[in-house]
Design a protein around this ligand. Structure first.
Ligand SMILES: Nc1ncnc2c1ncn2[C@@H]1O[C@H](COP(=O)(O)OP(=O)(O)OP(=O)(O)O)[C@@H](O)[C@H]1O
Length: 671
């Protein structure tokens, strides 16, 4: 958890007047402001000095359940007695102290909304009764074996579970125009591996289930959508969703090519069976029967824009829209596709949630304006009794920072050849010099800048693991040019522990959860601080310690290293490792020039130019300088000549066998 760590003091409960604050930008590296500096009423959820690894000074207390509903605004005096073991809760003071201790910061982004309620954190035990979670869903959660919610779950679950749909359930005939409360929209920034998937999936399933219960003949239609940037992440979220939804009757589906989205229908059981049979027999695309649909934005958008595969009304019933890795989904790379899907969601009760470990202020602004425009568009704000839905920002720990429980190493390798040697030293314990520290323990991930470089590095390292230890089967490469089946197979083998070293591109830098990854190697430096945070976030997940993040850099990388050095320095500061040997040279932080905004953007888009095909085309010398190979140029030339001679000889032998011998038949070849 972000709040755990070595240097700690007990948190002091602070009396506060409001949860809404005007945010003040703090520069990276600046010390944490005094609560009284910029927080009205002395509110400071970020107090980094005041952290404790003891449990919060929170006493369980009885809590009321009012007819099974709870709008999160009850006062201690409202409470009706119930079994204390069932309903532990906190007073306002205690809740604030716990928020502060766990570095949870909750901000209402549209303070005009009258839904500015005091949100409270919960434990898994009290969640079921407090929010009316079904016993099946609660049982599935128990099966995951989590003893307590992580900090992002403490912060987000009450906000998302405490939604109007939950108690709308008992008034199933209430029409949208007399609903006075809209669901909250939420933007969450929480560290990598902090359990964001559960934080959005559990409330989503709960709300879908509540709606199904209020409808005697449930409408067959997609009810919630989760978007994620890569197929691998989509598959992982689908698995997590299915585990939680087991036995609830909720269908969690990963969208695939060849599927078709049909409009909401209320078929009888027989009709539904007939419909599915017809589509199979006629060879038409399979009709998606999902309640929860999980997809990449590109795939869903292309399906929606093809009228043969989706009806106009297909998403009419969607009430939850989750953007996982929202900063990427709203980045220019995916923006049009994501917004294209968003525009197709027209249900007035739609609630949107955005999740990531990093969130630029431009993305936050874009989210805010999109939500506002959307509300105007669907006329939600014009409906007489309808209020603007609250848009809440939840920040866990220090925004845009790397997890502090990972050891960061920046290793200077001078040249491309040096990087390869450095990597081999990390792979082979016997050759590891003292200075580089302990060798890396598999399994680990190696990131390169391009697919071409990932493939080249893979062929270079292919024989580095001895046959006795599994040989070439232990090392693999995964990138977007592989077929879906090959990608799935590599993922499965890596998860099973059959593959020890996986070389990849930024394709796997986001969201993918491989439990027990010991190290991440940045063979090519990440091209933004966010990319660094996400790449190295594949280790040290769910608070695990012992993970190592190694970044190899050459002379060419130095001008672009400042953003990485800054993140590393900040992570070390957070962890309180003043006594440890600092792995960041002070000059990397202080002496390097700041990159201009344009340069930063070009770097983010294209990476280090000399390592790209385009860069090589411009500068042939760069080809040699950035080639991933341990062989000298002369050796390569000899090998190529030999290969050519063998091929030539084979061709001639074939021609002779066919009796097709030309004028040069007297040439016997090099053999
Ligand atoms: N309450 C919990 N207690 C312990 N482990 C948990 C808990 N909730 C989730 N986890 C585990 O934490 C790991 C990381 O979870 P998850 O993949 O949701 O992280 P994330 O915050 O989405 O990370 P990223 O930003 O990299 O996408 C998973 O292995 C998950 O099983």
């Amino acid at each position: 958890m972000p709040s755990s760590g070595a240097r700690v003091q007990a948190a002091q409960p602070t009396a506060v007047a409001a949860t809404v604050k005007t945010s003040k930008k703090r520069k990276r590296g600046e010390s944490t402001p005094n609560p009284s500096d910029d927080q009205p009423g002395g509110l400071d959820f970020f107090d980094t000095a005041a952290k404790s690894n003891t449990r919060p000074a929170v006493q369980p207390k009885q809590e009321a359940v009012r007819d099974g509903k709870n709008d999160g605004s009850e006062q201690p005096g409202d409470e009706a007695p119930l079994s204390a073991s069932m309903m532990p809760t906190m007073s306002d003071e205690e809740a604030r102290a716990a928020l502060k201790q766990h570095k949870l910061k909750v901000t209402l982004l549209n303070p005009t909304s009258s839904q500015a309620k005091q949100r409270r954190i919960v434990s898994f035990q009290d969640m079921r009764a407090r929010f009316g979670i079904s016993s099946r869903l609660a049982g599935n959660l128990d099966e995951q074996g989590y003893s307590a919610p992580t900090e992002v779950q403490m912060g987000a679950l009450p906000i998302l579970l405490d939604a109007p749909d939950h108690y709308l359930g008992r008034h199933s005939l209430v029409s949208a125009d007399i609903v006075s409360v809209l669901s909250s929209n939420l933007l969450t920034v929480a560290p990598t591996g902090s359990g964001k998937t559960l934080a959005f999936m559990l409330p989503l399933l709960h709300r879908v289930q509540s709606r199904r219960h209020q409808d005697p003949i449930p409408t067959k239609a997609v009810s919630a959508i989760v978007l994620a940037p890569t197929k691998e992440l989509v598959g992982q979220i689908t698995n997590e969703g299915r585990k939680l939804a087991k036995g609830t009757g909720i269908n969690v589906t990963q969208l695939r090519k060849g599927m078709r989205l049909s409009p909401p229908t209320r078929p009888s059981k027989n009709e539904a069976e007939d419909a599915s049979q017809t589509s199979v027999m006629s060879g038409e695309p399979t009709i998606v029967k999902a309640d929860v649909l999980i997809s990449t934005p590109g795939l869903l958008q292309s399906m929606l824009s093809d009228e043969r595969n989706s009806s106009r009304d297909a998403l009419l019933n969607v009430q939850e829209f989750v953007l996982d890795e929202a900063d990427v989904l709203l980045d220019p790379l995916f923006r049009e596709q994501t917004l294209g899907v968003w525009r197709r969601l027209t249900n007035a009760r739609l609630s949107v949630s955005l999740w990531s470990a990093t969130m630029g202020s431009n993305i936050e602004e874009l989210a805010r304006t999109t939500i506002k425009d959307w509300q105007e568009q669907v006329g939600a704000r014009n409906a007489e009794s309808m209020q603007e839905a609250p848009f809440i920002r939840l920040v866990v720990g220090l925004k845009d920072s790397a997890v502090p429980n990972v050891e960061h190493k920046l290793i200077y390798a001078a040249t491309e050849q040096g990087k390869l040697m450095g990597l081999r030293q990390l792979l082979h314990p016997a050759s590891t010099p003292q200075s580089a520290g302990a060798p890396l323990l598999p399994p680990f991930l190696i990131f390169t800048q391009t697919i071409e470089r990932a493939v080249a590095l893979h062929s270079e390292l292919l024989y580095d693991i001895p046959a006795e230890a599994g040989g070439i089967g232990r090392i693999a490469v995964l990138h977007a040019d592989l077929t879906d089946t090959a990608r799935d197979s590599v993922m499965t083998r890596f998860r099973r522990g059959e593959i020890w070293v996986l070389i990849t591109t930024d394709l796997l830098s986001r969201g993918v959860d491989f439990r027990g990854i010991n190290a991440v190697v940045n063979y090519d430096i990440p091209t933004s601080s966010a990319a660094y945070v996400h790449r190295i976030g594949r280790t040290g997940r769910a608070g695990r310690t012992g993970g190592v993040a190694v970044t190899l850099y050459s002379k060419d990388d130095i001008p672009y290293l400042k953003h990485v050095a800054n993140v590393v320095a900040m992570a070390q500061k957070q962890e309180g490792s003043s006594t440890k040997q600092a792995s960041v040279q002070p000059w990397l932080l202080d002496a390097l020039p700041k990159l201009s905004k344009e340069k930063k953007q070009t770097l983010k888009k294209r990476g280090i130019e000399s390592r790209t095909t385009r860069g090589k085309a411009n500068d042939s010398k760069a080809v040699r300088g950035t080639r991933i190979s341990s062989k000298a140029g002369f050796v390569k030339q000899v090998q190529n000549n030999r290969k050519g001679a063998i091929l030539g000889s084979q061709r001639r032998a074939q021609a002779e066998a066919l009796g097709d011998v030309g004028d040069d038949s007297d040439f016997a070849g090099f053999d």
